[in-house]
Design a protein around this ligand. Structure first.
Ligand code: NAD
Length: 435
């Protein structure tokens, strides 16, 4: 591209205006980081209510740190709009829109729509980066042709790259800046300029040789988690059958200082990434190679059965104290998909609750992050965590171990506890049944 040197200079001086399409968890995080780094940034979203909230200084996107949002707003360099006209004149466009599944098939309609908006406002010497998680080939075979429908060509007139978001919501140790970035462009020049851009925002950038490699690296990471979680979940089921304590086994294996990475069993996988992203890969393997990605599909099966397994173990725990599930009062503690995060998406705890409710249990819940949940067609408001509901429950089931929970206090008052996370460890052994 002719003007690469100028674009590079404009990035290094942090003058290049940036449009971030999609102001969800991923887009708002990168928009805040870029504004704090000194870039003028406009966050574009199709959701009027989301933009109205953000314009009003209201942070309604779960997982984005409040202090990052406040500091970014305080720079005066971050604005929000629903109008895609704001992309005009921006030298960098980041696409951070959802990539859901529809009927278990990747739904790239949001990526297509956002890319069309960028194409409508594209001019020479721009850098376009896709950040949404997707299967290998999306940037080359879907995004690129849409952008080139503008009459401009990738590499000759503008630069195109893929860079996945990898941050772990709620992780105190690794945040946006300290999680290395992977970047792959359609040409070495595109990779180089995209690398320079992310170097302004994060401590380390890892440059790859293609968009496809960067797309697949992200899916490998999530598939790795999925498969390893399935492994310990299956181990938990086996251990129960063999009368062995799975937590003792996983803790022991974790003492090996090399060659083992510890994962914990639980009620299944949740969140936006782990349950969905690997399906993109499995779908593509079936479509392109004509066979199954067997280990991944088995991991999906194992993890998908965990909510029903946990519900049946709660039923067994009740049975052992002479109580049927039907009519039992069960208080679920923690319904978000992971501890200390207010995100309910794909949360397996909701499936555990639904399974117990279908069997006739009276299911209540507490979660410090959630006011109400939908359960088999009705809305269940949060039960406050006071002595009465804990003491009167037939079983208290800890599914998501938020750090706010006072385990000593819960153990003191609950008559029977099912602990899906080993939060109680060896404490109060007689009344705590562990997964
Ligand atoms: N949430 C995570 O933990 C996480 C982590 C890494 C990667 N990802 C990936 O990043 C992508 C975005 O995820 P998210 O969690 O930020 O999604 P999100 O649902 O929180 O937000 C996406 C936003 O994009 C908006 N949007 C949809 N179409 C649009 C368009 N055409 N133009 C402008 N805005 C549009 C939506 O209104 C929404 O506000 C997905 O591909 C996801 O898989 C998510």
């Amino acid at each position: 591209m002719k003007d690469t040197a100028r674009l590079r200079r404009r990035i290094l001086s942090r003058e290049a205006p940036i449009a971030v399409l999609g102001q969800g968890y991923v887009g708002l995080n990168v928009a805040c980081a870029a504004a704090q780094a000194g870039f003028p940034v406009v966050g574009v979203d199709v959701s009027e209510s989301r933009i109205a909230d953000l314009q009003g200084g209201l942070l309604t996107v779960p997982g984005v740190p409040e202090e990052e949002f406040r500091s970014a707003l305080a720079t005066g360099r971050l604005s929000f709009t629903t109008s895609s006209d704001a992309i005009e004149g921006c030298e960098i466009a980041l696409i951070c829109v959802p990539t859901p599944l529809r009927d278990q098939v990747p739904d790239l309609s949001h990526v297509e729509a956002a890319t069309k908006q960028v194409a409508d406002h594209l001019s020479r010497a721009r850098l376009v980066i896709l950040e949404s998680t997707t299967y290998p080939g999306t940037t080359d075979h879907l995004v690129r042709p849409i952008l080139e429908s503008s009459g401009l060509s990738a590499d000759r007139d503008f630069l195109l790259a893929y860079s996945p978001e990898r941050i772990d919501p709620g992780n105190e140790e690794f945040g946006f800046r300290t999680t290395p970035r992977i970047v792959g462009g359609t040409s070495p020049e595109a990779t180089g300029v995209a690398t320079v851009f992310y170097e302004q925002l994060v401590d380390k950038v890892v440059a790859l040789t293609s968009c496809r490699a960067a797309e697949l690296a992200k899916l490998l990471e999530n598939t790795f988690r999925h498969v390893n979680i399935a492994l310990v979940n299956e181990m938990a089921i086996l251990c129960q059958e063999m009368g062995i304590d799975v937590w003792e086994v996983t803790d022991a294996a974790a003492t090996k200082p090399f060659g083992f990475m510890s994962f914990s069993p639980g009620p299944g996988v949740g969140g936006h990434c782990i349950p969905l992203d690997p399906t993109y890969l499995a779908w593509q393997v079936r479509r392109e190679a004509g066979h199954q990605f067997r280990i991944l599909e088995q991991a999906e099966d194992v993890n998908a059965q965990m909510p029903a397994y946990v519900a049946s173990r709660i039923g067994e725990a009740l049975n052992d104290v002479g109580k049927p599930v039907r009519g039992a009062k069960i208080l679920i503690l923690g319904v978000t998909y992971k501890a200390d995060v207010g995100d309910l998406r794909e949360s397996p705890a909701l499936r555990v609750m639904a399974a117990l409710s279908r069997r006739g249990a009276h299911v209540a819940f507490h979660d410090p992050f959630v006011d109400a949940v939908a359960l088999n067609g009705s809305t269940v408001p949060r039960t406050e965590l006071t002595q009465r509901p804990v003491a009167s429950a037939d079983c208290v089931a800890l599914l998501t171990p938020h750090s706010a929970y006072d385990l000593e206090w819960i153990a003191e008052h609950a008559p029977l506890i099912f602990d899906a996370r080993n939060a109680f460890a060896a404490r109060h052994v007689s009344k705590v049944i562990r997964l």
